[in-house]
Design a protein around this ligand. Structure first.
Ligand code: MRU
Length: 370
């Protein structure tokens, strides 16, 4: 997608005269206020970037980990180094399954190769993972566009399709396009009027900081809302559909996503608003069935709840405390929406029901492998 009209991806490899070039990312901690680009030069830098959320969003976490393996293979392509890198990167964040998917994929492809061939193969595969992510998201957009088109067809000409989204499942969370935003961008390109309600998404405000920023950059009409406003808007008929992303969807169709998604799904069901989840297939964990009981939920620092980051009148990025000194805070970062609340899963292969049967029919090549 674009920043200030210039094409951008969230991660890329740049020539710098060295054999493999340098991997660069946007350090998302400072958006929308500052566009800071960082080079990730060794395994530790990759681990820090994922753990401390310089990069975030399930597909981007996976792509970053793949490059982290490649950079380490250029440094030390031994079996021990490959295994240790899997561990070091895997322990950075527990919930998004794309991380384990990318690490498993890299290790399975590299292990049979002689060590001297591993760096080249690893960079090539990491590049491919990125290209595949872009293509999957583009296709998710096509399938999601068909749903938006159907809703638009029932409206008066010029009346926007009103879409609520939570967190940031936009292009910064993937390599490009985004998952939840891809149908929205494609609807705009197709000339369908849309209006997006953007949940701010406390505690880290990915909606306010990232989704509002990218929709603004692309001229997509939107309103930022507090996390608690969605139910009210749905109750008053102001939302036509919800589209969210996911960090891990089980083989049964349960959807784990940013904390607060479950409440939106409940409100959507109570108000008969369709609730869609957009996901590329690496986000499906075929080894897990019951999302509520089996998916590890990341617990982050309470400081993210007691404090908020923003920009002051002088343009400086500041963190301010919003609760009394010493307040205890709990900060589960994700929740699970049971499949019964999901209207449909928008994948790169098409839209299916959130059920084990429908997922297995859509992905027979993956479902039967586990
Ligand atoms: O904690 P984050 O910012 O990594 O959480 C991101 C989300 O929950 C996204 O909705 C999800 O990864 C889908 S991204 C296409």
């Amino acid at each position: 997608m674009k920043i200030d009209g210039k094409p951008f991806r969230s991660i890329w490899r740049e020539e710098d005269g060295s054999p493999w070039g340098v991997v660069k990312i946007i350090d998302q901690r400072w958006l929308p206020h500052d566009l800071r680009i960082e080079a990730l030069v060794d395994r530790q830098a990759f681990a820090v970037a994922i753990r401390d959320m310089w990069v975030r969003g399930a597909p981007l976490i996976g792509a970053t980990a793949a490059y982290g393996v490649a950079v380490q293979m250029a440094e030390d392509p031994s079996n021990a180094s490959l295994d240790e890198t899997w561990e070091v990167l895997h322990e950075t964040r527990p919930t998004a399954i794309n991380l384990r998917w990318a690490l498993d994929d890299m290790r399975a492809r590299l292990r049979p190769l002689p060590p001297e061939e591993r760096a080249r193969a690893a960079f090539a595969r990491a590049d491919t993972i990125c290209e595949e992510d872009v293509e999957m998201n583009r296709k998710i957009g096509e399938h999601g566009l068909a749903i938006i088109r159907d809703i638009a067809a029932k409206k008066q000409p010029g009346e926007p399709v009103r879409i609520l989204t939570h967190c940031n499942a936009g292009w910064p969370a993937t390599v490009d396009w985004g998952t939840a935003t891809s149908p929205i961008y494609q609807a705009v390109e197709a000339g369908i009027p849309v209006h997006v309600f953007v949940d701010e998404t406390r505690p880290r405000n990915q909606g306010a900081q990232l989704t509002a920023w990218e929709l603004n950059s692309h001229g997509v009409p939107h309103s930022l809302i507090v996390d608690n406003a969605g139910g009210h808007l749905m109750q008053h008929g102001e939302v036509d559909m919800v589209i969210v992303g996911t960090d891990r969807t089980t083989a049964n169709g349960d959807v784990c996503n940013k904390i607060g998604t479950y409440l939106k799904a409940l409100a959507a069901r109570a108000n008969e608003v369709p609730f869609y989840v957009a996901l590329p297939s690496p986000t499906i964990d075929w080894t897990v069935k019951d999302g509520v009981r089996e998916i590890p939920i990341e617990e982050r620092s309470g400081a993210e709840v007691t404090h908020v980051q923003g920009r002051d009148a002088e343009g400086r990025i500041v963190t301010v405390q919003v609760s009394p000194d010493g307040t205890d805070a709990r900060n589960p970062a994700f929740d699970v929406t049971p499949r019964a609340l999901v209207t449909g899963l928008i994948t790169e292969r098409g839209v299916c029901e959130a059920s084990p049967e429908a997922l297995a029919t859509m992905f027979p090549d993956r479902a039967n492998k586990v």
